[in-house]
Design a protein around this ligand. Structure first.
Ligand code: ZN
Ligand code: ZN
Length: 362
């Protein structure tokens, strides 16, 4: 796997800037996607401790070689027992320190363990500022997301011939998983959603043994991971000519999604962008049937900052990558969702997903 130049130094500097503002001597990072963003380390057990003058990554013996290859700019310690005990053994936290941690990811048991190991240290909750830093992607990260998106786009095209009467939702889901791997994806972003007919009214339907029938809409929501970064796309297609009310639902979602793409720009509040799509759906008469938020940030995690919901106070910034995915779900009738991945540029939204959005009748 080709390695791109490490961004660790800039990211470390960005995190260090918070030491003073948060009035802490050290920041403990335990959330693995954040550890990866900061250090490049992609293993399953690690933490980082960041101080003004030093930065360390602690992992275990399974990752001795991998850590050396992936991590630059951090001292690497291999834990003899647990990674937290290693912090103590190596004196990486001084006795009177104030250590900032992210309360939304550190488990209660882990915090208790830390307090037992370091009885004189003050562990203080700090706001989740790393989420904000992580949300803004550099071009190296955008390239990886673009690649993940292009793999999923190709997968979508390759499964279209299989979407026909008699095929089961699971047949399609299995092919999506298989085609992702064949095209270079490391993993699925999540279990593919394949929802046909009335099941399309369930926003988070999993694939089942249900067979697809003529006249139904089929919603496919899937994505993959490439060098740690994710894609996440949804398309809804028709198998044979759909009933006119399904067509109306499709057109309403398509219009709302396009309006959101056209409106997205830096400086806009997440809730304002959400309301662009929500108002569009309401004006088509489906206000009650759009029960989820417009979209979410995308990167090392499938769902990250910023949030694009009715209540979001997040402000869109250049370099963020988000999904735009309005949907309408009418119980007893069916559902439609359309989802693109976009980069927020100074001029608006650059759409990465290339699969067509005009209704495809298979
Ligand atoms: Zn999705
Ligand atoms: Zn999504």
């Amino acid at each position: 796997m080709a390695r791109s130049p490490s961004r660790a130094p800039q990211r470390l500097t960005a995190v260090r800037r918070y030491l003073e503002a948060l009035q802490v001597n050290a920041i403990l990072v335990t959330f693995l996607p954040h550890v990866r963003w900061l250090t490049g380390f992609s293993g399953s057990n690690a933490c980082c401790i960041i101080r003004k003058s030093s930065a360390a990554l602690i992992t275990d013996g399974r990752y001795r070689t991998q850590a050396k290859e992936e991590v630059h700019g951090f001292k690497i310690f291999i834990a003899a027992t647990s990674i937290f005990e290693e912090l103590k053994v190596r004196r990486l936290i001084s006795r009177s320190a104030r250590v900032g941690y992210n309360p939304s990811v550190l488990r209660v048991g882990e915090l208790e363990n830390l307090k037992l190991l370091f009885p004189t240290v003050r562990f203080v909750k700090v706001r989740n500022f790393i989420d904000d830093l992580v949300s803004i992607k550099d071009e190296t990260e955008i390239r990886k997301i673009r690649k993940a998106v292009s793999i999923s786009d190709a997968v979508f095209r390759s499964v279209l011939p299989l979407i026909k009467p008699g095929a089961s939702e699971l047949d399609i889901a299995a092919e999506i998983v298989y085609q992702h791997r064949r095209r270079g994806a490391e993993a699925d972003a999540f279990e593919p959603i394949v929802a046909s007919g009335l099941r399309g009214a369930l926003p988070h339907a999993r694939a089942t043994v249900k067979r697809i029938a003529r006249g139904e809409l089929v919603t496919l929501d899937f994505g993959c991971r490439y060098e740690g970064y994710h894609s996440d796309m949804t398309r809804t297609v028709a198998v044979g000519k759909p009933a006119s009310r399904l067509r109306r639902i499709y057109d309403a979602v398509h219009k709302a999604q396009q309006r959101a793409v056209d409106a997205a720009r830096p400086g806009m509040k997440g809730s304002d962008l959400d309301s662009v799509a929500r108002k569009s759906i309401a004006s088509a008469g489906f206000a009650r049937f759009f029960p989820h938020s417009l979209g979410h940030g995308l990167g090392l995690q499938v769902h990250e900052s910023p949030r694009l919901s009715a209540l979001s106070t997040d402000v869109l910034q250049e370099g963020q990558v988000v999904t735009l995915e309005p949907g309408i779900y009418v119980p007893g009738v069916g559902g439609v969702r359309i989802e693109d991945d976009v980069v927020i540029r100074h001029w608006g939204a650059e759409v990465l997903t290339t699969a067509p959005k005009d209704l495809m009748i298979l």
